[in-house]
Design a protein around this ligand. Structure first.
Ligand SMILES: [Ca+2]
Length: 255
């Protein structure tokens, strides 16, 4: 697995560097840290989005899966739900007053009331759940492939978007966030985020997050970048990772 991951990342970097020559339209950004906040190191971040001034986060792993409403300044949960250890929770998004939550391999998705965290429904789900976001009308999900699945709020599939750079598919799309009419997607096991045009799946820009979490804040448990949240009320963008000690407000700058 680890060897496959290294090969995959190497191939991806070759693809992106080749693309930057072949297709000048793919813009390349890096990140500038504007603010940093504490992040719960027990949080294996899978889903991240804003609800008013609060961050909502879903976390994965068997026996560690949670839904949390988090105070940004302290990183502490003001509301928290713990899932039965038979569920490995993945991405999450809020649509029309409900929070939708995917699971990795359980083939179910959950729906909770967004303000009370009251359980509402369990839906059958046809594939692995990875990331989830919404454009305000559809749920948009990844499954670790290069495809993004658009579904209505009853999980009825509306369309499948194939994500490509220079005509070639980009696999391992993970955590998602709808930002200003574009889809931002983490590429799993890399420091790379893609900015995707939802109309045709073409990657318009890449955001290189290398070095975002400094070595001084990493330890043996620190895992990969995963977690993108946008606060539409102030336009701020936040990033974190699995078991990271920090959550960052960032801006993109040309590379
Ligand atoms: Ca997100």
């Amino acid at each position: 697995m680890r060897q496959n991951a290294v090969i995959f990342i190497a191939a991806l970097l070759v693809l992106i560097s080749a693309t930057s020559c072949a297709d000048a339209k793919v813009r390349q950004y890096k990140v500038k840290v504007v603010n940093e906040y504490p992040h719960d190191v027990t949080s294996y971040t899978q889903g991240l989005f804003f609800q008013g001034d609060y961050m909502v986060e879903t976390t994965g792993q068997w026996g560690e899966s949670t839904l949390r409403k988090v105070d940004l300044a302290t990183g502490k949960a003001v509301m928290r739900l713990d899932f039965n250890r038979k569920y490995f929770v993945e991405g999450s998004a809020e649509l029309d007053g409900n929070i939708y939550i995917l699971t990795w391999k359980n083939k179910v998705a959950f729906m909770y009331d967004a303000s009370t965290f009251e359980y509402k429904s369990t839906w059958s789900y046809p594939r692995e759940g990875w990331g989830l976001t919404t454009d305000g009308r559809s749920l948009i999900a990844s499954d670790g492939s290069s495809r993004l699945y658009f579904m209505d709020k009853n999980f009825k599939q509306q369309k499948v978007l194939n994500v490509t750079i220079d005509g070639r598919p980009v696999n391992m799309l993970n955590e998602l966030e709808w930002i200003d009419g574009k889809i931002w997607a983490n590429v799993y096991m890399t420091d790379l985020i893609l900015i995707i045009d939802p109309s045709d799946g073409k990657v318009e820009a890449t955001v290189d997050c290398t070095g975002l979490l400094p070595a001084s804040l990493r330890d043996k448990d620190t895992d990969v970048l995963n977690g993108i949240a946008f606060n539409p009320e102030n336009g701020k963008i936040y990033l974190t990772g699995k078991y990271w000690k920090r959550l960052y407000e960032i801006e993109t700058v040309a590379k």
